[in-house]
Write a protein that binds this ligand. Sequence first.
Ligand code: KIV
Ligand code: NA
Length: 276
Amino acid sequence: PKKVTIGHLRQLWRTKTPITVLTAYDFPTGRLCEKAGVDITLVGDSLAQVCLGYESTTQLTMDEMIHHCRAVARGSKLPFLVADMPFGSYYSIDEAARNAFRLIREGGVDAVKIEGGKDIIKTVAKLTAIGIPVMGHIGLLPQRHTVFSGYRVQGRLANRAASIVADAFALQSAGVFAIVVEAVPAPLGAYITENLQHVPTIGIGAGKATSGQVLVINDALGVAEWAPKFVRKFGNIGEKAEEGAKAYIQAVRNREFPDNEESYFMAGNEWRKFIH
Ligand code: KIV
Ligand code: NA
């Protein structure tokens, strides 16, 4: 097994092999992504809600993101490692470059992801120009949930659909290596995927035609209590975990745990004589 590179991702895209992406937030989820053989591990800013209990991604700081990136990087060495740039960390081009360097140097990631299209194109172009690989993110932009009045499918109306297509082309021109397309009608996901000439799309709630798929790992494994329409539960970890915790509590209360096999013993009773 070798480290996944942008060249490897391009090869997958050229041969129409779906690119697989999962999020990770700490050492164990990073290990899991690597052992499962995912192509890209994404330290998404969904970290805010999934792991830190914040209301939205807008609460997450750069320092928090870096702290978690370091843990993921220690566990996920082979997949290509991407980190979200937190809300407010790319408000100017200089800030974006400074914070992207921090994610790479301190966080240990290979690339950064930024939400937005035409509106942030100068920032994206600058980052790619100075050698920072950038992943785009269009359609539903969770960092703008307040502006969007919530989290809802994007591009059902003609002018918004056209605007999202324009975002994709703008990002391609700015040199991104891939684009996440979130919560758009499947035909729009397909159109963007077919018409981009240089970069793969990674869909989440964007239909089956995108070049790859991404899911939040807690959603995919069935850890989360609630998940959006576009999620499929590939596991039932939440239920299993609750069962396990309850079984432990019951066993302790019934004095069934620990048993002798789970305890340490010693030879003889001599030690008692040393107690005064
Ligand atoms: O933050 C995140 O987890 C993401 C993916 C779901 C694309 O941005
Ligand atoms: Na994100």
